[in-house]
Design a protein around this ligand. Structure first.
Ligand SMILES: [Zn+2]
Ligand SMILES: [Zn+2]
Length: 235
């Protein structure tokens, strides 16, 4: 749900855009919702398609102008994990676009019946569930704008946390498994520090050092930087 360090809540909201070298994909970083969760809107202006990775609260009004200005169809919504701050805006996105939803089955209950999280959130947010169309698992391969995307399962912060590895673009969208200089909290239901540390060492630190990591909160980092300096999970 949240980063281990509260400093992530202080990150200034900002939309950033990067042009990937190998094909026509752009990555828009869009912090949104109550704790400024990063949504990543992947766009391809040649194919006129977009994929949204995570759907924090109020994300639809933020991505709608981008889709309209570039005449893009949002075809898929990929959920890194089922915590409310990554799914609160999902029902609206699906209603507005008909996007197909992908997620890991271990978080089915969180995504489809999010009110179960209100018990550990301490307040009622009126969360709305939505249906998942395709369950993904570690080792699966997806295609995004012609690029191959590897799914890796990284439990420990949340049982269904998956990451999406774009090998050609030397980048991965990691959810809340790891942050720049920090890791996901492990005190929520289904969390385990030992499991998270194992996920990070076997699934993230095994990627090339120059791989850019796009986390669910805070700035981009790289595998090499975290292997060298992450204080919570040394390489
Ligand atoms: Zn989380
Ligand atoms: Zn989060």
């Amino acid at each position: 749900m949240q980063a281990a360090s509260v400093t992530f809540e202080l990150i200034i909201a900002e939309t950033r855009e990067f042009q990937m070298a190998s094909h026509s994909m752009n990555v828009h970083t869009i912090p949104s919702g109550l704790i400024q969760t990063n949504a990543y809107l992947l766009t391809d202006s040649v194919r006129k398609e977009a994929v949204l990775v995570d759907a924090p609260g109020e994300i639809w009004p933020k991505i709608k102008p981008i889709l309209e200005s570039e005449d893009l169809t949002l075809s898929q919504l990929w959920i890194t994990h089922g915590h409310w701050d990554h799914t609160q805006g999902g029902a609206e996105v699906v209603r507005e676009t008909g996007a197909q939803v992908l997620a890991h089955v271990a978080d089915q209950v969180l995504i489809e019946t999010p009110e179960v999280m209100e018990g550990f959130m301490g307040e009622k947010l009126g969360l709305e569930g939505f249906a998942v169309n395709q369950w993904v698992a570690g080792g699966d391969t997806l295609t995004c704008f012609g690029a191959t995307v590897e799914v890796r399962h990284v439990p420990g912060h949340c049982p269904g946390n998956v990451m999406f590895v774009f090998a050609d673009d030397v980048m991965a969208l990691v959810g809340d498994a790891i942050f720049a200089g920090s890791i996901g909290r492990t005190d929520l239901p289904g969390g385990s520090f030992d499991e998270l540390a194992a996920s990070i060492r076997t699934q993230i630190y095994t990627l090339a050092d120059e791989t850019k990591l796009y986390p669910g909160h805070g700035p981009v980092t790289t595998v090499g930087i975290e292997k060298q300096s992450n204080p919570h999970v040394p390489a």
